[in-house]
Design a protein around this ligand. Structure first.
Ligand code: NAD
Ligand code: ZN
Ligand code: ZN
Length: 348
């Protein structure tokens, strides 16, 4: 099959590799119908996140069709259309039972292989899905496939951020970063009843999308976000900051935006060594700080329900649809935000 593999920093290759096969009896093999590039792929691409084996198939966002199943798979049949969360989960362990499927004792992340162990990704014609019964979800027929694709990661991560970030009715919220995750967090916060959402970025197209969803766009290149936020919140700051960037500048900004006693939810993956604030700064603000990988399997049905509500034209974040064979160029376009790129869907 053809696949996009990681070779080195900023070196992705489109190449022919062996088709995946059923290894465990709980596996399914899925023919990828659509796959997307995520901001998380960029941490690896740029070399901020290290350890990934050369030759690993990249990608963890996909929808497709089941084409082969192991002997113990009961809930899926050949031909079923599925959406997958970005990590696998057993559905039975302590973590799965408490909704933390991201930390399943047997879970694996798609597109992460280290020292020969782990799982290949989905930016390929086929992908092997272990623990298929408890990982995969039937793709509903009543939603456009691209919207269903978003439910497997960024939409679920947006909902996770807003919920874990304690957003509720009447909350004032700051969303730091308006990439796909931040934009979905805007939609999620508004759907949970936030009274105002400040969407902070400097990329015009992304700020425009946030404004269309109902946020107040704040371009940090032109204005000082903490001043804008303080002015609109009686000088206090926001109740919740949903940080969807993953660098220390964004972490510092989050700390300036949050009110005393408020919550910072960092969905952004931080690869720097230290927290962007000191323990004393956190103490002085009575800060609640949360972070972590989204349990996408746990949030996927909620994501589909939010999509079905029709309140937000979520698939507008998809700016580029390209054949998988153009994947190398697609990485460059997404990484450098060229050509108004917000989200790339690759079609094998
Ligand atoms: P992206 O790279 O497309 O978006 C990041 C956005 O942040 C860009 O629009 C950029 O202009 C903006 N930005 C950069 N510095 C900023 C700053 N100082 N202040 C405000 N905005 C700033 O990525 P994405 O796909 O939206 O993902 C965002 C983050 O979420 C990444 O770190 C990714 O790894 C992470 N992520 C986490 C999970 C999870 O489970 N927690 C899931 C998916 C993605
Ligand atoms: Zn992702
Ligand atoms: Zn589990």
């Amino acid at each position: 099959m053809q696949a996009l593999t990681f070779e080195d920093v900023e070196q992705v290759r489109y190449q022919s590799i062996p088709d995946p096969v059923v290894v465990d009896d709980s596996d399914a093999i899925v023919r990828t119908r659509m796959t997307a590039i995520c901001g998380s792929d960029l941490h690896v691409y740029h070399g901020r996140e290290t350890g990934l084996d050369r030759g690993t198939v990249l990608g963890h966002e996909f929808i497709g069709e089941v084409v082969e199943i192991g002997s113990s798979v009961e809930h899926f049949q050949l031909g079923d259309r599925i959406v997958s969360p970005f990590s696998t989960s057993c559905g039975r362990c302590f973590y799965c039972n408490s909704g933390l499927t991201a930390r399943c004792e047997r879970g694996q992340l798609f597109g992460w292989r280290e020292a020969g162990q782990g799982l290949h990704g989905a930016q390929a014609e086929y992908v092997r899905v272990p623990l298929a019964d408890s990982t995969l979800v039937q793709a509903p027929d009543d939603l456009p496939p691209e919207v269903v694709l978003l439910a497997g990661d960024v939409l679920s991560t947006g909902i996770f951020s807003a919920r874990v970030g304690d957003v509720g009715k009447g909350s004032a919220v700051g969303v730091v970063g308006c990439g796909p995750v931040g934009l979905m967090a805007v939609a999620a916060a508004l759907s949970l009843g936030a009274r105002i959402v400040f969407a902070i970025d400097r990329v015009h197209e992304r700020l425009d999308l946030a404004a269309d969803f109902g946020a107040v766009p704040v371009n940090f290149h032109d204005v000082d976000p903490p001043s804008v936020v303080r002015e609109a919140t009686d000088g206090r700051g926001v109740d919740a900051v949903l940080e969807a960037v993953g660098n220390s500048a964004a972490g510092h900004l989050a700390m300036k935006l949050v009110r005393p006693g408020g919550t910072i939810m960092a969905a952004g993956v931080h690869t720097e060594r230290d927290f962007p604030f000191t323990p004393m700064a956190a103490y002085d603000k009575n800060l609640v700080f949360k972070t972590g990988r989204c349990s996408a399997r746990h949030y996927i049905e909620r994501s589909l329900a939010l999509a079905r509500s029709g309140r937000f034209a979520l698939d507008r974040i998809i700016s580029h649809r390209l054949p998988l064979e153009d994947g190398v160029e697609a990485y460059r376009i997404f990484a450098e935000k060229l050509d108004g790129c917000t989200k790339v869907v690759l079609i094998p």
